[in-house]
Design a protein. Structure first.
Length: 668
């Protein structure tokens, strides 16, 4: 993008949201005087006035608006200086804009016309989103040299003040002032703010209307008195006025004594906050910033001498009367007001409006949300929690202070959550989580059938403790009860009954158990009932060695289980069949067992939306499970047996597990 000449910045600090606006006149080419070459600049689209905005204290800027022959001409074409005398160019007032008490942003403006110059305002009633100028032919034009101006608000008046006429003889005319009560449609001379001649050429001067710490309001102005020094504009002075009585004008101090540099002198900018006063001014080619707070005692004393009223307490009553602020917001704004912070009223009115809109818009969203009864529960909860937070903050007695930006953030967050109510459920992200339910374990069948037993093993997937008691029912039948507890990545509780029947070389064994498993990443316990039956035939190869091939059948039924607020695993039945062989070798009182096996399992499952069972997603799954269990134990003459186990399992491609354990059993 080609460089453009930019000049005469006018700054507006928006205390409502902390943003800064900078208005510049810009030109694509040329170096002529902006008014003298106005026709060429306008007709050939060379001139544009731009507004840039910063939301990070001036570190970065983005274009907010542009005005030219081709950009938003409707905004300034409403302004004319009489018939056939439209605006063909405009600049800011070369100073600063204001935020009115009702939150309206206002820039002072200088306009150039077919014939002559004038002054007006540009304003935004939507916090800088759009900008307007008044439709008028009634414009202040106290001189035709330069109208560098600023505005301030006093009561129901918006007052515009500007530089003196050029020196005629030895003395310049006093500064001019006009007021409007209809946002610039009509203007009237305002004598109480018109003051101060100069013995130098005129300059812009800075004018700000402030609240003093003692509650009085005055107009502070910085301008050169002159030193009979033409363009050197010497003796920059600070004045105070009450801006209501023309007799109440007081020169507080000389800010910069003596003449300046004729190449650039006399321009200044005042800044005030909570009793602290500063000025930036041209200083022989530099910009100097000076602290003027030392003069505040004198200024306050003069305000009392003029019998100016305390204007803070009436404003406190206005803040307390606002309908939509909560107590915390009122307390914060009133405290700011009592610190003589002139932003407090504009902030309170803008915040009250924002709170009103927040209530209305959030209520409207709550009504619309009723139709989303099948929205994801987590999204519904997020929306309802955000809505409840807004409702709580909106209560008049609530003490939470939320500023203007915070209010908008609350609604933006609520609206984002409202939009999320329409989001479909993505089942695919739950597939891996659901697989955590897949488990195939029948090791309890192979624990000791002695009168009592205990087993503990530590593993890569879980640690397990098994306890049980058995009874010999007859010569061929043994039965018992067991309890198991597992933990690590899950917590599980198993209780059940098992039995085995032995006839010669034939053995039938099985168990039935309840298995409750709480996975770390599930919000509900998964409850299962498992049934397993196994048949084995023992082949005795020698007195010490036997081989027992076997096959078994497994079935498990589980309840519907919530994975999280949104998704559940439906009730399901898992089927499996396995084949294996048990190799047993006995050396005196030591038994060694090696038991490889392979299982084929159908572990398909269905996911469903927790509050909409018709929204289902099926995961078809068949897996092959490989297992190897080894054990060694020693029998003692007193009926005690002690041993150890090593168990390996690979569940398809889903996981592998290794457990190393110890066994103790005893027979009376």
């Amino acid at each position: 993008m080609p460089l453009r000449r930019a000049m005469d910045p006018t700054i507006l600090y928006n205390s409502i949201d902390g943003s800064i606006y900078a208005m510049h006149g810009t030109w694509a080419t040329g170096n002529g005087f902006w008014y003298q070459d106005r026709f060429n600049y306008f007709q050939n689209n060379i001139w544009a006035t731009t507004i840039y905005k910063s939301i990070d204290g001036g570190k970065t800027w983005e274009k907010n608006a542009e005005f030219s022959k081709l950009s938003n001409p409707d905004v300034f074409s409403k302004v004319s200086k009489g018939p056939n005398n439209p605006v063909v160019s405009f600049l800011g007032g070369v100073g600063s804009g204001i935020v009115m008490r009702n939150g309206t942003l206002v820039f002072p403006i200088q306009t150039a016309h077919n014939y002559g110059i004038a002054a007006t305002i540009m304003y935004s009633k939507d916090n800088g989103k759009t900008w307007e100028m008044p439709e008028t032919t009634d414009l202040p034009a106290p001189n035709q040299i330069s109208l560098e101006n600023m505005v301030f608000e006093m009561g129901n008046k918006l007052i515009m003040v500007g530089r003196e006429e050029r020196v005629r003889g030895t003395q310049a005319d006093k500064r001019w002032a006009y007021y409007t009560e209809d946002m610039g449609k009509s203007w009237h001379a305002y004598e109480p703010a018109s003051f101060g001649s100069s013995t130098a050429q005129p300059s812009q001067g800075s004018s700000i209307y402030v609240t003093l710490p003692n509650g009085r309001r005055v107009l502070l102005v910085s301008k050169p008195n002159g030193n009979n020094d033409n363009w050197a504009r010497g003796n920059l002075a600070l004045y105070m006025l009450d801006a209501k009585d023309p007799q109440h004008v007081y020169e507080v101090a000389i800010i910069r004594p003596g003449s300046g540099n004729a190449a650039g002198a006399g321009y200044s900018s005042l800044a005030y906050k909570e009793g602290n006063l500063f000025v930036a001014y041209e200083d022989d080619g530099n910009i100097t910033v000076k602290n003027l707070t030392q003069y505040m005692t004198d200024i306050q004393a003069k305000a009392l001498e003029w019998n100016l009223p305390d204007e803070i307490e009436p404003d406190v009553e206005k803040i307390n009367a606002l309908m939509h602020l909560n107590q915390g917001q009122k307390d914060e704004l009133i405290a700011k007001l009592r610190r003589a912070n002139d932003n407090a009223i504009a902030q309170s009115n803008a915040l009250d409006q924002a709170m009103s809109e927040l209530k209305l818009k959030s209520f409207a969203l709550s009504q619309q949300a009723v139709s989303f009864e099948k929205a994801l529960p987590s999204n519904l909860k997020n929306f309802q929690d955000a809505l409840a937070s807004i409702n709580t903050i909106s209560e008049s007695k609530n003490t939470t202070n939320v500023n203007y930006l915070g209010v908008h953030d609350l609604y933006d967050s609520l609206y984002t959550m409202f939009l999320a109510l329409n989001n479909p459920l993505d089942f695919t992200k739950y597939i891996e989580q659901a697989k955590h339910l897949n488990e195939y374990n029948h090791d309890i069948l192979y624990r000791s059938f002695d009168d009592v037993f205990a087993h503990y093993s530590g593993g890569s997937k879980y640690n397990k403790l098994s306890l049980g008691g058995n009874k010999t029912v007859s010569e061929k039948v043994q039965a018992g009860l067991f309890f198991e507890y597992g933990n690590k990545h899950q917590k599980s509780y198993h209780v059940g009954m098992r039995a085995k029947y032995q006839l010669d070389n034939h053995q039938i064994a099985g168990f039935i158990r309840y298995r409750g498993v709480k996975h770390q990443d599930f919000i509900e316990r998964n409850n299962n009932v498992d049934l397993y039956l196994n048949y084995a035939y023992q082949l005795r190869l020698s007195e010490d060695l036997s081989v027992s091939p076997s096959f078994g059948a497994y079935i498990s039924r589980s309840n519907r289980t919530l994975l999280d607020q949104d998704v559940a695993v439906n009730k399901r039945t898992v089927y499996a069949g396995d084949v294996g062989v048990n190799l047993m070798y006995k050396i005196n009182d030591i038994n060694v067992n090696i038991r490889p096996n392979i299982a084929f399992i159908n572990d398909s499952l269905k996911l469903s939306q927790s509050n909409d069972k018709s929204n289902v997603y099926k995961i078809s799954s068949h897996n092959t499970i490989y297992g190897l269990a080894t054990s060694i134990n020693k029998a003692f003459s007193n009926g005690l047996k002690v041993g150890s186990t090593l168990e390996l399992q690979k569940y398809g491609s889903q996981y592998s597990n290794v457990n190393l354990g110890v066994d103790i059993s005893y027979t009376w």
